[in-house]
Design a protein around this ligand. Sequence first.
Ligand SMILES: C[S@@+](CC[C@H](N)C(=O)[O-])C[C@H]1O[C@@H](n2cnc3c(N)ncnc32)[C@H](O)[C@@H]1O
Length: 262
Amino acid sequence: MTEHDPSASVRPAQASFGFRDVPASEKAGLVRQVFASVAPRYDLMNDLMSGGVHRLWKNALVDVANPRPGERFLDVAGGTGDIAFRLLARQIGATGGGRADVTVCDINPAMLSVGRDRAVDRGLLDGLAWTTGDAEALPFPDRSFDGYTIAFGLRNVTDIDKALGEAHRVLRPGGRFYCLEFSKVTSAPLGRLYDAYSERALPFFGRLVARDAESYRYLHESIRRFPPQRDLAARLRKAGFVNVTWRDMTLGVVALHSGWRI
Ligand SMILES: C[S@@+](CC[C@H](N)C(=O)[O-])C[C@H]1O[C@@H](n2cnc3c(N)ncnc32)[C@H](O)[C@@H]1O
């Protein structure tokens, strides 16, 4: 018996897939196709689309999460390992080679496979585990992690509240939750500019580099439909987190939400 039973919440019949509503039971499969298609070019595309700024956002997440040696961290929707590598470097750096413990969990084996190759290239073999799993039904026991991170992943899950419930379940009391996600731009003129950029540039780069405009159109649409900062914070509190706060980055293009499990 788990503390939080995800099956107890009734799954909505429809879920957003970009600007379309699709049967909730189909969303995970559609999202899986998107990331299977973009996996080989995913890291290059991130640099191109954000002009490298995604690196600063990810560094900021790890600065705030500040994993200490010996703590167990879970990076959900961890894809090709960008957050995990940073967590690991921080833990190892803190001890000059002490124990690090980061688990990457992602629904998509294609993304994980790129991540594993990157880890091997960097010689990062110890203290890092790769697991295929769904954020909405994590394959880990209750209270098993000190920290939970999810970067640019939450908007892809079918049922955000279920994923938050799972995050709460796998964290130990005192454990910390961090979510980095595209959010609502706080300046109206910049918001219009950013919308126009992401609507056109994402599919453009997608076609040019990853030969897949549709997947990148989905990414733009999923960003637009994700709950704004205040709403996400309310949903975190509803899932049981306390001390919930967020910090806007790049004027709200991205927000870093955090909370504690007690
Ligand atoms: C935009 S990528 C982010 C990858 C990585 N966190 C980063 O910041 O570079 C989103 C990831 O979420 C994963 N994903 C989508 N739905 C998921 C789910 N229900 N459970 C776990 N991972 C999921 C995708 O496979 C993909 O790897």
